[in-house]
Design a protein. Structure first.
Length: 236
């Protein structure tokens, strides 16, 4: 079934209709030879095994075979999750450990996603764009080409209220650390958002904004460009 992930109602329908999953990983000390594993994946031999499966099925298995198990430990990182994580092997970008990228996102070539960054469903990350440490791109957020989203910055997601349009960040925009771009805001090409700013209204192209709420303080000049230039080597 196909969904239009630019439409908040379609994303909500996708989440509603998705099979909710509670996957677990279990380390088992025991002899599971001859046990009926059903849909559970099992790796190991002798008296040590690692199991992967849905929580309810694994729980039933452990109870049914408790006489064969000396001890076990369960690892779990989600509960009734509707959206799986993205398959990173299909993305031609640099993605560092600890980034959380949900399925149904678009990440173009040579983007850089740093440690702790979060990218939610329906988001689009342009070619050569960097999402720095602990930055957040919310649902349906759009970042253009060669954007730098600074550490801890937030591009707000838009699912509720669904009438809001998504945030759209133009090409060659620099957003400083810990800045917040509120729901539905558009930022024009080549603009700069100062660190810690809260942007509550659209920003035209080629300007610098700062403050809470952010206001235009100057146009982007050569001095600003020199201070905010990106490094191509980081995107190779």
């Amino acid at each position: 079934m196909s969904y239009d992930l630019t439409n908040p109602y379609e994303i909500a329908r996708y989440i509603k209709e998705a099979k909710k999953a509670t996957p677990v990983k279990v380390y088992v000390d025991g002899d599971l030879t001859g046990c009926d594993l059903g849909n559970i994946e099992c790796f190991g031999s002798d008296t040590f095994y690692v199991l992967f499966g849905e929580s309810s099925e694994v729980s039933d298995f452990l109870i049914a075979n408790q006489s064969k198990i000396n001890k076990f430990r369960i690892e779990q990182d989600r509960r009734n999750s509707a959206i799986p994580l993205a398959d990173l092997t299909k993305i031609d970008a640099r993605i560092e450990p600890g980034a959380i990228i949900r399925d149904k996102v678009k990440i173009d070539n040579n983007a850089v996603i740093m440690m702790g960054a979060v990218i939610n469903i329906g988001a689009e990350i342009g070619e050569g764009t960097m999402v720095d440490m602990n930055a957040v791109v919310g649902a349906r957020g759009k970042l253009g080409k060669r954007v730098h989203l600074g550490a801890g910055a937030v591009v707000a997601g838009v699912l509720e209220p669904p009438s809001k349009s998504p945030c759209e960040i133009g090409d060659d925009v620099l957003i400083g650390a810990n800045a917040v771009i509120l729901e539905g805001i558009k930022i024009g090409n080549g603009s700069v958002v100062a660190a810690g700013s809260v942007v509550v209204e659209d920003v035209p192209a080629g300007v610098v904004v700062a403050g809470t709420p952010a206001k235009i303080i100057k146009t982007v000049d050569e001095k600003t460009k020199d201070k905010t230039q990106i490094l191509e080597d980081l995107r190779k």
